[in-house]
Design a binder for this molecule. Sequence first.
Ligand code: HEC
Length: 268
Amino acid sequence: MKKILALAVLTLLFVNCQESNNQKSKKDELVASTNQEVKNEKTVLASDSEGYKLMQQNCFTCHFEKPDPSKKSQMIAPPMLNIQEHYKPSFGDKKAFVEAIVKWVNKPSKAEAMMPGAVRKFNLMPPMPIGDEKITKIAEVLYDIDFGDLPVQRDAMKSGVLSLNNGKKWQLQKQDYDSVLQIAAQLKNFKSEDVNAYHNLGKSIFNQAKKLLFNKSYDSKTLKEIQIFFHKVEDDMHLLMAVKTTKEGDNQIAKLNKYFKEFPNYFE
Ligand code: HEC
């Protein structure tokens, strides 16, 4: 009798154990399938969403999705990946990002351009007034889409090292040289408790720097040096336009200050 009881208890324990194991694996399954759904959602967003299709129809005619070195000669506009990389850090959140893209696609302008290098290289994009609703859907996908890990083309330009012109400094027009010194002074003297003031400073110095990049009167060698210099600071200016805290802003300014100190060593 004792034996039977012991067996019964054991069986019961075993069954219980099995059950909880079952429950556990069911729970695992549930977690796994939810993860899968999250993943799927991202993939759906990327390739099957209406926004992506609209982007294919309206934007890929000129823009590649991502840089493709083998098709470099066919490139007539910056790849979408590079646009995402420039716009995301410059606008604090998705809403501001989408607004900026909608505004841009309706009416591109040098004054609003975040990618002056691209404007200079490819000329200004023509307006594509396909309706705010469609552009919004495209912009949302452009914000969300994960282009994967790709070598970033503009890094090649960024890694360019500043050099002198046969041992001499590069000659800039006086107003350009002065405007860079002015940017440096603005950065050096900046102090504020208001995070918006940091954003405005970022916008203001970026716009001043753009003027220099758009100046058509420099020869190609001088322009290249100017571009190398500004590519180095462009990301930091963009980031300054959307810092979340004044502390973040101070860090950006410290970096920019360091870069701008180099300027008089190479240009005059
Ligand atoms: C007819 C060709 C053409 C089409 C179509 C086109 N673009 Fe462009 N786009 C350009 C060129 C050229 C540039 C680079 C020069 C510039 O920035 O204006 C550019 C640049 C951009 C930029 C960066 C602007 C900046 O800040 O400098 C954005 C954003 C952009 N395009 C979005 C779009 C979207 C979204 C679509 C689809 C609705 C689209 N483009 C369709 C030619 C095109």
